[in-house]
Design a protein around this ligand. Structure first.
Ligand SMILES: [Zn+2]
Length: 408
């Protein structure tokens, strides 16, 4: 099977996850796909194949050398985003893309156009896999799965490439933030791993946000409005005051790169009580801690003005920047970097403005940077993947295996 045949086979499985079910995997259709993949890994002759009740599928390509080389892993997720249907995906290959508009569904005038998506032009002359405009494609992250399995098959066919033991792991429920949740890091047994879950060719990510959620509870004092002078405290106005104390230029809409922010994601209130919901994000751990402290200072100032217990900030850390876990092992980035160069791909190291499964895995003891899988416009009908990008990702995996062996 070619990488394209594999990919087309995988997107035929509907594996949409669902954040409301509170079971793992969140949808049983993910298990159907996992069982299919298991048969494919068996047919490939891999070893130590296991599929647990939570839908985590692991397998081993044994070392072809007796030298002592660290065990490394490659990880991809099986689910697709709840944002759009992944049922009855009808992929189409646009061969030798000429740089013009691509009609996805002519009747409904659904067009994939370089005017809205200029990155299409980076892939002129390549073969693009697109949707019919009614579903997502599922390149996130079935491209990653196709790349990993194709690389493993390639290594099996090329015994002259010396490599250590390689583990592969496919997990459910990444799109609902639970991919790392029940990932048995000990059973996976790797010194480090890479998630194949990035976008554009060359992406290499080992930094993500530190993240916290904050609930700001504001208590008011309600009095008949006709007799309220110097008595009423309107919690909504105090909440408004709190909002205005935070820097107006530190929001998602005003920041990029390594700039952190406070993001007001919800507000509800009446005179008696109001609640503001925030998320706090920063790559820098010290700045992240300072942001949380600043929210508490704002609350303290308002409490001085309106009385103790008027404003209470409840903070909860969500995840941390994997950089602190990866930095002591910088060679795992160096190897990925060199592997890309040898595969003819220009590495683009970029800080993620969000989190990844790899970040959570890194804090569970499995350092796990993220590498491109090649797809673009994830989670919607305009998602597409160039076949050449998948091939490049596959070559990078092979090179990582080769360079890791060379290094030890
Ligand atoms: Zn993904």
């Amino acid at each position: 099977m070619t990488i394209t045949e594999r990919f087309l086979k995988y997107v035929a499985f509907d594996t949409q996850s669902d954040e409301t079910t509170e079971v793992t995997p969140s949808t049983s259709k993910q298990m159907v796909f996992a069982q299919y993949l298991k048969t494919e890994l068996e047919a490939l002759g891999l070893e130590e194949i296991s599929l647990d009740d939570n839908g985590y599928l692991f397998a081993t390509l044994p070392a072809n050398t007796t030298r002592n080389i660290p065990v490394i892993g490659f990880i991809a997720h099986m689910d697709t985003s709840p944002d759009m249907s992944g049922a009855n995906v009808k992929p189409r290959i646009v061969s030798a893309y000429d740089g013009t508009d691509i009609p996805l569904c002519a009747e409904e005038n659904i067009i994939l156009s370089p005017r809205q998506f200029p990155e299409l032009l980076d892939h002129k002359g390549e073969d693009l896999i697109v949707t019919d405009g009614h579903t997502l494609l599922g390149a996130d992250d079935k491209a990653g799965i196709a790349e990993i399995i194709s690389a493993i098959a390639y290594l099996k066919e090329h015994p002259e490439i010396e490599h250590g033991k390689i583990r592969i792991g496919f997990n459910p429920d990444e799109e609902i933030g639970l991919g790392a949740h029940k990932f048995d890091v000990e059973k996976f047994g790797c010194k480090w791993a890479y998630t194949m879950d990035g976008g554009e060719v060359g992406e290499l990510e080992f930094e993500n946000f530190n993240a916290a959620a904050a609930k700001v509870h504001v208590k008011g004092r309600n009095v008949h409005p006709g007799y309220a002078k110097n008595k009423m405290i309107n919690s909504q106005l105090v909440a408004h005051e709190f909002i205005s104390m935070l820097p107006a230029n530190e929001t998602p809409a005003t920041t990029e790169g390594y700039e952190g922010f406070y993001h007001l994601i919800g507000m509800e209130g009446e005179v008696e009580s109001s609640t503001l919901s925030y998320i706090i994000r920063d790559h820098d751990r010290q700045k992240f801690e300072a942001r949380k402290a600043f929210m508490q200072e704002c609350a303290a100032k308002l409490n001085e003005k309106y009385g103790n217990d008027t404003v209470c900030v409840e903070l909860k850390d969500q995840y941390y920047n994997m950089r602190q876990q990866v930095e002591p092992l910088m060679h795992i980035i160096d190897i990925a970097f060199a592997a890309m160069q040898e595969a003819g791909v220009e590495p683009k190291v970029k800080a993620i403005r969000g989190g990844t499964d790899g970040a959570q895995l890194s804090f569970k003891g499995l350092p796990c940077p993220n590498i491109f899988a090649g797809g673009l416009n994830f989670h919607g009908r305009y998602e597409f993947v160039p076949i050449q990008s998948m091939e490049k990702a596959m070559n990078v995996i092979v090179k990582i295996a080769e360079l890791t062996a060379k290094r030890y």
